[in-house]
Design a protein around this ligand. Structure first.
Ligand code: SF4
Length: 181
């Protein structure tokens, strides 16, 4: 039987949600009997295959035009999309900047921090992704099929969701697997 194919990517994010995926520990060996890992930070392949894949996972919020393009490509190429972690589910810690003007955020980040060298400037280039005025959850950009909140979500929740999907069922996360941080 063909393996289920899995892609993932991270948007505006720390790596915590992918670390939580790895926290399933030795069960990853069992997972790999049924799942083929394609593009993801772990394999360092950058794009889901044009031919598509079965399950896509996005971690992180959508904060700029590059991340929006990544989210759209994942949606187009995956049959089923999981938003993993608070940042992906509702913006999480990334959305704290939504209380401020984006130029103030850039000035604070590149010029005003205590560790910034005097004379620093906000980098401006067409090659740099453009920050959106507001950070968005993934489902504000593309349709999401499964939301797994938590910062990061417990590995048990990720394991449960993946094994339910492998069994042909849509996962319904119970209270003990739902965390909101
Ligand atoms: S939800 Fe938490 S662990 Fe996951 S990417 Fe956001 S900040 Fe990191």
């Amino acid at each position: 039987m063909a393996k289920v194919t899995l892609c993932s990517d991270w948007l505006d994010v720390c790596s915590g949600c992918h670390m939580s995926l790895l926290d399933i520990d030795e069960r990853i060996v069992e997972l790999l009997k049924h799942v083929q890992l394609l593009s993801m930070p772990i394999t360092d392949l950058k794009h889901p295959p044009k031919g598509g894949c079965d399950i896509g996972i996005l971690t992180g919020a959508v904060s700029n035009d590059h991340q929006e393009a990544v989210a759209k490509e994942m949606r187009e190429r995956c049959k089923l999309l999981i938003a993993l972690g608070d940042c992906a589910v509702f913006g999480g810690i990334c959305a704290m900047r939504n209380f401020f003007d984006v130029e103030d955020v850039l000035r604070r980040g590149y010029i005003e921090t205590e560790s910034t060298a005097p004379g620093s400037e906000v980098p401006r280039s067409e090659e740099i992704a453009k920050l959106f005025p507001q950070v968005k959850a993934v489902n504000q950009v593309v349709k999401v099929d499964i939301h797994i909140p938590g910062c990061p979500p417990p590995s048990e929740a990720i394991w449960y969701a993946l094994t339910e999907l492998l069994a042909g069922r849509m996962p319904v996360l119970t209270d003990d697997l739902l965390t909101y941080d």
